[in-house]
Design a protein. Structure first.
Length: 208
């Protein structure tokens, strides 16, 4: 056997790897539900308690909270991607050929619905950190794949679009929270209007 050849995993090693991956997914699911219920300030101790285990065990699977944030962001992005593909497939099934505006509209809708569905989880994954940078970079790469070939520097456009949408959605959610605690403040737009306006501003600018 040469130095570059790796021995195959034996049955015990394969079962351990599968068990570890399953346990990691379970802990991530517990964290997601806990953050959804309590908000983004939960601690690793909280997650351990909700999982019925110790903090040291949680740290075996996630080296720190930043890694947990990154893994949760990756999971949320995968869900967004599935929703996006489903919406595009629905458009095609209806006889439409989605162009750039329809694709960007679908992407923004997936983003806004993700934030609205679980504000606590959304707030958690967008906290400034390497985890946030990884999440936004991944969203940017996803958007760039849906842009037409005629767009110059698609990755640059996608990064700018993601920053614009992320900042706008953050402001919208803050307005929702403010209005919920003080109904005398201006009511926020509903989600459909947010998606429509953001798409229009990105594709057409401020003028119709």
């Amino acid at each position: 056997m040469n130095a570059t050849t790796q021995a195959p995993l034996d049955g015990r090693s394969a079962r351990w790897a599968q068990h570890r991956e399953q346990r990691r997914a379970e802990l991530l699911d517990v964290a997601r539900h806990l953050i959804h219920d309590r908000g983004p300030d939960v601690t690793m101790e909280d997650i351990a308690a909700a999982s019925g285990t110790s903090k040291s065990i949680v740290y075996r699977y996630f080296s720190d909270k930043a890694q947990l944030q990154q893994e949760l962001g990756r999971s949320i992005l995968a869900t967004m991607h599935r929703r996006l593909l489903q919406e595009l497939q629905d458009l095609e099934a209806g006889g439409a050929t989605p162009g750039a505006p329809e694709r960007i509209h679908a992407m923004i809708r997936a983003y806004v619905e993700t934030a609205e569905r679980s504000p606590g989880v959304y707030r958690f994954i967008i906290r400034p950190s390497d985890g946030l940078n990884h999440f936004l970079d991944s969203v940017s790469r996803l958007i760039a794949t849906f842009l037409p070939d005629s767009v110059p520097a698609p990755q640059m456009w996608a990064h700018g679009a993601v920053g614009f949408v992320e900042g706008s959605v953050d402001a919208w959610m803050t307005q929702q929270e403010t209005h919920a605690s003080d109904p005398t403040t201006p009511a926020p737009l509903d989600a459909d209007d947010v998606v429509t306006h953001l798409t229009s501003w990105l594709m057409k600018g401020m003028h119709p």
